[in-house]
Design a protein around this ligand. Structure first.
Ligand SMILES: Nc1ncnc2c1ncn2[C@@H]1O[C@H](COP(=O)(O)OP(=O)(O)O)[C@@H](O)[C@H]1O
Ligand SMILES: [Mg+2]
Length: 371
């Protein structure tokens, strides 16, 4: 018999990712403390809450005093705050992974250093700089702010010279990268997890459909021809950071050749299907890794697909009337463009899952063809 005190995981951020981490970790006996400035953050009911800014030293000190290990649910935590916590406690994934991935320029530079193919890119700090980068990279191209972008925010596609001034204005003077537009066949992502002892596991790749820069749905692809190539690229990042926890790598598949778009040092929307679709979910494996527990299997237990509910939640009864559907309502206030929940449809055959996915997409107001 053991009377060991339960491990308490501190999460920076108390949004839906923190909520799903806590939902996965509580049955393992883990406890959670979250730090987030929003009083109504949706992980509130499942964690001890500290409401405060990530840069608030007094709140950080309190947070550090209450937890055994720190993780985070998004990239935009100030580096100084993470540095402060890392001096006192283990922070997983490594603050180095966080520092690299919060800036698109350093992230893409690392891809180049590790031999991970990525679209041609240049740093841009002025309108003149943008014009010369356009000459170098060619059009179409995508201008992205180096930091703070998510769900397609802070991005503009430049199709012709006439779009340049508008794109620069919409970036609001923030440092940017310009990158070549990739005429991809499809977008995929690989979600990986690495334990404290160095053991790495990979989930089946997800095939992802975005519109307006926001993920709309993911289909888990079993036996995908790009699985091992995607795993190999993600492995280079895991190794580089002596990584602990879940890492997602978003990739463009261009006719059977992979090009990296971005990495996320955290649980990822394209891995949400794993809650019901895998032996162990990405959330459970992330907290297992952070707590130093053995990892669980990442293999699929069924075929599955996930649909995001953005801006509005459909009627729960309608979602649940879809055979094999599981509903996740994050309990957030509705706002245009905001991720409010998701549903995963599971089934034995690809046909049944495709039919369920089509029905779920109709509930979002869109079909598989996006119409
Ligand atoms: N260079 C590119 N070429 C083609 N499409 C792109 C490019 N960059 C981004 N996109 C599209 O925009 C989406 C969001 O861009 P991403 O860089 O992943 O930013 P975010 O941090 O908002 O997820 C991508 O998933 C993809 O659909
Ligand atoms: Mg992305």
């Amino acid at each position: 018999m053991t009377t060991a005190k339960p491990t308490t995981i501190g999460i920076l951020g108390a949004g839906q990712l923190a909520r799903m981490l806590a939902l996965a970790g509580l049955p393992l006996g883990l406890r959670f403390v979250t730090l987030d400035p929003a009083p109504d953050a949706c992980a509130a009911a499942l964690s001890t809450r500290i409401i405060g800014d990530y840069g608030d030293r007094e709140k950080l000190e309190r947070f550090a005093g209450m937890v055994d290990v720190v993780t985070y649910e998004f990239e935009n935590v100030p580096a100084e705050s993470v540095g402060y916590l890392a001096e006192r406690l283990p922070v997983y994934p490594s603050p180095r992974a966080l520092a690299v991935s919060r800036d698109r320029f350093t992230e893409k530079s690392l891809f180049v250093e590790l031999g991970i193919p990525t679209p041609k890119f240049l740093a841009v700090d002025s309108l003149d700089g943008l014009k010369s980068a356009v000459c170098d990279i060619g059009l179409p191209a995508v201008l992205k702010t180096r930091t703070l972008g998510y769900d397609g925010k802070g991005q503009s596609v430049i199709k012709s010279d006439g779009d340049i001034d508008g794109a620069w204005a919409s970036a609001g003077g923030a440092p940017c990268v310009l990158e070549a537009f990739v005429p991809f066949t499809r977008e995929i992502s690989v979600v990986a997890v690495r334990g404290r002892g160095g053991e790495a596991r990979f989930y089946p790749v997800g095939e992802n459909t975005h519109s307006g820069g926001i993920l709309r749905h993911t289909v888990c692809r079993l036996g995908d021809p790009m699985q091992s190539a995607a795993e190999e690229l993600a492995s280079r990042l895991l190794k580089r950071f002596d990584y602990v926890g879940v890492l997602a790598l978003e990739l463009f598949d261009v006719g059977g050749k992979l090009t990296a778009n971005e990495m996320a040092p955290r649980v990822h929307n394209t891995g949400h299907w794993s809650i019901e679709g895998a032996r162990t979910s990405q959330f459970e494996n992330h907290v297992r890794a952070a707590a130093g527990l053995p990892l669980g299997g990442t293999e699929a237990v069924c075929r599955s697909a996930m649909v995001n509910f953005i801006g509005m939640m459909p009627d729960a009864a309608e979602v649940l009337s879809v055979d094999g559907a599981h509903l996740h309502d994050y309990g957030k206030a509705a706002k245009p463009g905001r991720k409010l929940g998701h549903a995963t449809v599971c089934g034995e055959g690809g046909g049944a899952v495709a039919a369920g996915l089509e029905r779920l997409l109709r509930l979002t107001g869109k079909g598989l063809d996006g119409q």
